[in-house]
Design a protein around this ligand. Structure first.
Ligand code: ADP
Ligand code: MG
Ligand code: MG
Length: 252
């Protein structure tokens, strides 16, 4: 589904990604871990097509298309979803319209019929249930102080509504409590299918107790320096990153 070859990217002239190689197949969950500042969010942003990042070398193909050639909007229509690329809002009146437009754009692109207001509301209610989102939020004003957990639910809710082919979840450092973690993970796990894939960026191994990855990659200084299975995450939890840094730095 996704093939990244020798990807290099810079921000404001500073190289951040220095030759990323990664292959993600349909049905797989990949976790990207790594110390702060290693380039995890940069990778997520580059895949989503954020404009402040300049790709200086390499290729990314998504479902056989050159992803780097597509605008962020077209990437989204092709089924790439980056959590946080949509406004962080509780779905109230205007964000409901916003979301309906986004959902219908994606459907149109896929050759599916647009949802009318009633069908859209039905879909919304179904997906809100999935993330245990209170339907009262539908009538609540926008952007009123919502918790980290509510933001995350909203993110997964948007993901559920858009049914992406490739979801990229970049964990913020905002602490999720155990309930939010469970709800978010349940949502992700329920949306998992043989036709879609997920990249979870996290530096918390505990998230991976809930969202069990098929592969774990360690990003360090803009490169994937180690890949493994779930056990690698446990090893990192136990030993930290220093041994990996030492391994890489001694070779440099
Ligand atoms: P991670 O998500 O792994 O913590 P990031 O991708 O956010 O890492 O950041 C990677 C590196 O890029 C960091 O060293 C960070 O300081 C740097 N960086 C991020 N944004 C900018 C920017 N606008 N200008 C210069 N450097 C940046
Ligand atoms: Mg960071
Ligand atoms: Mg980050």
């Amino acid at each position: 589904m996704l093939t990244i070859k020798n990807l290099h990217a810079s921000i404001e002239g500073t190289p951040i990604l220095r030759g990323i190689n990664l292959e993600v197949k349909a049905g797989e969950v990949h976790a990207i871990m790594g110390p702060n500042g290693s380039g995890k969010s940069t990778l997520a942003s580059v895949l989503a097509g954020r404009e402040e990042y300049e790709v200086t070398e390499g290729e990314v193909s998504f479902k056989g298309k050159d992803l780097l050639d597509l605008s962020p909007e077209d990437r989204a229509r092709e089924g790439v979803f980056l959590a946080f690329q949509y406004p962080v809002e509780i779905p109230g009146v205007s964000s409901t319209n916003f979301l309906r437009t986004a959902v219908n754009q994606v459907r149109e692109y896929r050759g599916e019929e647009a949802l009318d207001a009633v069908k859209f509301l039905t879909l919304m209610k179904e997906k809100m249930k999935l993330v245990e989102m209170d339907q009262k939020l539908l009538s609540r004003a926008l952007n009123e102080g919502f918790s980290g957990g509510e933001k995350k639910r909203n993110e997964i809710f948007q993901m559920a509504m858009l049914a992406p082919t490739l979801s990229i979840l970049d964990e913020t450092d905002s602490g999720l409590d155990i309930d939010a973690l469970r709800i978010v993970s349940n949502g992700v796990n329920q949306l998992k299918s043989k036709d879609n894939a997920t990249i979870v960026v996290t530096h918390y191994q505990r998230l991976l107790d809930y969202i069990v990855p098929d592969f774990v990659h360690v990003l360090y200084k803009g490169q994937i320096v180690k890949s493994g299975t779930k056990e690698l995450a446990l090893e990192l939890e136990e030993k930290g990153y220093d041994w990996i840094k030492d391994e890489v730095d001694s070779k440099a």
